[in-house]
Design a protein around this ligand. Structure first.
Ligand code: PEP
Ligand code: MG
Length: 578
């Protein structure tokens, strides 16, 4: 019997895509090391040269991107990196090592990197350390290119559906956004950071497809239904016709939703609800209409840092933040301070290897230890916020003391800016992300110390349920509609209302229309979602009443099983015509 050609998985991001697949074989963590026989040395040198060229192109691409986003001056570093790769001395050195030791190109390049870093390390001092990174960074790019070059090549042009064993941020960003049709992966968390990126890009994405890769060939046609969570291998003519028809209907529906997307989300009985967007890059402005959004509810600044080869300077950050604020003006922009750790790493900032990164050194914990990083970021943000509606959001807060400490730094930064003659807004609200359960138990006391709260359900769910959001082995246990999570959400909204402070949800569970109605009913003022979902959420809120939302909240709060919560939401979804 022929094997079924439709494979069912888990929806991560909706939408329909049809096109050729490119299987990504994730680069191994360790640098691979093997010997090269004499007769293959010339081919290995050729592979090295090709990788140097690929790395040069990648650096040029980034140089243009940064030039476009924050100016030529900031982009200069990439020009320097490209020059380093054009230095015949270094290239010869690597080629000679490769030939003399008969090692693969990865090993030869890695040895050079270690040598560069070793030579400069004893000199210490910040400027020298960053100089050493400048010399070795371009070669790290070559190493990356080599690991990719070793894979079956990506077609030089045209759009592709990426397929991978595990959905990771590297997979999502392994081709330019413009070329990305969809992503499918054998494993991955629905709320992992990689999933957040896929939704931010607005591309269909399906995970939970064990055994997919052995059934694929490079370039094979796939039809991906991100909403249903299915992948069709080599769809036939009839299926393609059906698929294209469905896609046309979806596009028509989205176009009609977009027509009213600029209107406020207000229920028919007058309940107002804010709907803002989450952004990770200045390029996100290309995929949504600013007139549709009530603001930026979450700007994940760490992704702006990740797009750069080194820590962005105060002026560089000022220019990035100013651009975001200008694009949204007069609407509010919530800048979240650097939230690195776990799978969000900066290539130029070594963090310790941790056994348990989700419980480790991340978010505000890093900022409070490396306070200069936080000071520079706050200086840049406050300078950029002049005349604009800026709000500052702190990630991964777990205690009142952390809020006090950050407030002291914030006040110090403000005072020193004023002392130096900079203009600063008198009142910049500072809020916290509710992501760690300890915050729930101290929520009333915390409310007195902050100006607003935003619930990061992606993390809150993982910590309440003790399920790593990035670990594919436990992704089935990751359940945002668990009654414990719903009760936690209700508790936060109650405390915020009692304190008269705004409260919002910026985690990805808010991108489901019925869940957004539930949040309104629980007492939230707003949600912030990936841009793709904004028109649907506004549409859903307009189709309901505050009374119906509150009824749903009461019903769901009385439930004790995930199934019952989901059933109540499914009924609401039907009433909303989704
Ligand atoms: C969250 O945890 O819900 C959140 C919005 O932050 P991130 O997804 O960036 O961790
Ligand atoms: Mg988070």
């Amino acid at each position: 019997m022929a094997r079924a050609r439709t494979i069912h998985g888990t929806s991560v991001s909706p939408g329909l895509a049809l096109g050729p697949v490119h299987v990504v074989r994730a680069a191994p963590d360790a640098v691979p090391n093997w010997s090269i026989p004499e007769e293959e040395l010339a081919a290995e040198v050729e592979r090295l040269r090709r990788a140097i060229a690929v790395a040069g192109d990648e650096l040029l691409r980034r140089q243009r991107l940064v030039a476009e986003q924050s100016g030529e001056r900031d982009a200069q570093i990439f020009a320097v990196h490209r020059m380093i790769l054009q230095d015949p001395g270094a290239v010869e050195e690597v080629e000679e090592a490769l030939r003399a030791e008969r090692v693969n190109a990865e090993t030869a390049v890695h040895q050079l990197i270690l040598r560069l870093e070793r030579t400069l390390r004893p000199l210490e001092g910040n400027s020298v350390r960053s100089y050493s990174a400048d010399l070795s960074d371009p070669w790290r790019e070559v190493l990356q290119a080599l690991m990719n070059v070793a894979q079956p090549g990506l077609p030089v042009d045209g759009k592709v559906i990426l397929a991978a064993a595990v959905l990771t941020p590297q997979v999502v960003t392994s081709v330019e956004r413009e070329r990305l049709l969809a992503i499918v992966a054998e494993a991955g968390g629905r709320f992992s950071h990689a999933a957040v990126l896929a939704r931010a890009f607005g591309v269909p994405c399906v995970v939970g497809l064990p055994g997919l890769l052995p059934r694929l060939e490079q370039g094979m046609q796939l039809a991906v239904d991100g909403g249903r969570g299915t992948v069709e291998l080599r769809p036939g003519e009839e299926q393609i016709v059906d698929f294209v028809e469905r896609r046309t209907r979806l596009e028509e529906r989205r176009a009609s939703l977009a027509e009213r997307a600029a209107e406020p989300a207000r229920t028919s009985d007058g309940g107002a609800f804010g709907v803002s967007v989450n952004i990770e890059s200045l390029r996100d402005f290309d995929i949504f209409d600013v007139s549709h959004s009530d603001g930026i509810g979450l700007c994940r600044t760490e992704f702006l840092y990740m797009e750069r080869p080194q820590f962005p300077s105060e002026d560089e950050q000022f220019r990035m933040y100013r651009r975001v604020l200008e694009r949204m003006a007069p609407k509010p922009v919530t800048l979240r301070t650097l939230d690195i750790g776990g799978d969000k790493q900066l290539s130029y900032f070594q963090t310790p290897r941790e056994e348990n990164p989700a419980l480790g050194w991340r978010g505000l914990r890093v900022s409070l230890e490396w306070q200069d990083l936080l000071r520079v970021q706050l200086r840049a943000a406050l300078r950029a916020g002049v005349g604009r509606d800026l709000r500052i959001l702190l990630p991964m807060v777990s205690s009142l003391e952390e809020v006090d400490a950050t407030r002291r730094i914030f006040d110090g930064v403000r005072a020193s800016l004023l002392e130096q003659g900079w203009e600063v807004e008198a009142d910049v609200p500072v809020g916290i992300m509710v992501e760690v359960p300890s915050v729930l138990f101290c929520i009333e006391a915390l409310m007195a110390k902050v100006d607003f709260v935003s619930v990061g359900t992606n993390d809150l769910v993982q910590y309440i349920l003790a399920v790593d959001r990035d670990n594919p082995w436990v992704s089935k246990l990751y359940e945002p509609h668990h009654p414990a999570v719903i009760r936690a959400l209700a508790q936060v909204a109650r405390a915020a209302r009692a304190a008269g402070k705004p409260c919002s949800v910026c985690g990805d569970m808010a991108d489901d229309p019925a869940t957004a109605v539930l949040l309104l009913g629980l007492g939230y003022d707003s949600v912030s979602v990936a841009p793709y979902f904004l028109p649907e959420i506004k549409f859903a809120i307009r189709r309901t009443t505050l009374a119906a939302a509150q009824e749903l909240a009461a019903e769901v709060l009385a439930e004790t099983s995930v199934e019952a919560v989901k059933q109540a939401l499914a009924t609401m979804r039907e009433r909303l015509h989704f």
